[in-house]
Design a binder for this molecule. Sequence first.
Ligand code: F0G
Length: 364
Amino acid sequence: MGLIEKYLDLMPPEIQAIPKENIVTLGEGSTPLWRADRLKEYLNEKYGRFESDIYLKDEGKNYPTGSFKDRGMTTAVSYEKFLGRKAEICASTGNTLAAAATFCARAGIKLFGLLPDGKVALGKISQAFACGAEVIQVRGNFDEAFRIVKEIVAKNPDIGLLNSLNPNRMPGQMTGAYEICDKLGRAPTYHYIPVGNAGNITAYWWGYKKYIEIGKIQPFNRPAMRGYQAAGAAPIVLNRIVESPETVASAIRIGNPARWEDAKTARRESVGIIDSVTDEEILEAYALLPRLEQIFCEPASAASVAGLIKDVKMRRLYFDKSYIAVCVLTGHGLKDPVTAERVFTKNPIVVDAKFDAVMDVIKM
Ligand code: F0G
């Protein structure tokens, strides 16, 4: 069941009013929420006094494109199709582009995607090309590409905007919070999430607030939003625009987030935090997850778990028995094969195509 149908009652009136034939759905949402007992054990052994349950919201398992962006695209692209729009545009660090390209292809809408040249993971660009998007690589960073996109949309009302400033992306992305609460029967105590353009932290917070508003969770069970930027791309933490953001987590290589103010509101209202983690900390979590929990996510996703580890290391939160920490893993590891190869395939073993040569390695 697509997300619009699954959570129809919680969708805003304009989404509810979209006629069925305009709904674009490709298997998005309903992703697993894994209980990460080995990660819990690891943290307890390494740092002591870690008694909370950890759950990983595995958004890499989204269809069709393997990131949380599929959630917002079903709502946004369905609405654009209903409007009869012929062309859409977005700036992207990759995942928005892949999801927009795929949903637009289904809707029969032309998609233009602006990317920071040379800074987008290979899998994501391939997904966009595969679906026939018009990909334009800009000699500049995401923020520069996004500035151009906003100008194009302002001057060409016929072209729709598919970045998270599009309000119809949000109801789709809010469903991530609904799924977590539905599965747990409550909200988590702490919600860990990577922050780039800050749309997702905003959507999750709005989702939790919606569940409080309709009585599905109690106000005292409000989760603290714990957002993590990459240290080299941490404008919200530094409270200033970062002109040349840099991080291995290319998906969150953003120096001037579109939903900056909304993210600050989420932080304030949830009594949360927006902090940063270094590339080293991101890659530590990135490598830990497949070993401990068999989840291969992309580097930006690992920022959520790196944030949890940082909180534990610094002992700045209680992790009591009755508490729950949820970390969102936003995108699949296969999206960035280059980083995967660099981190995991350090010493590839190559031998002659002979039994003995292979047995020499196996040595059993
Ligand atoms: N994780 C991944 C894998 C992402 O692709 C993004 C954002 C984020 C986290 C951060 O989410 O922007 O809502 O704060 N990717 C956007 C893109 C910017 O263009 O694909 P955010």
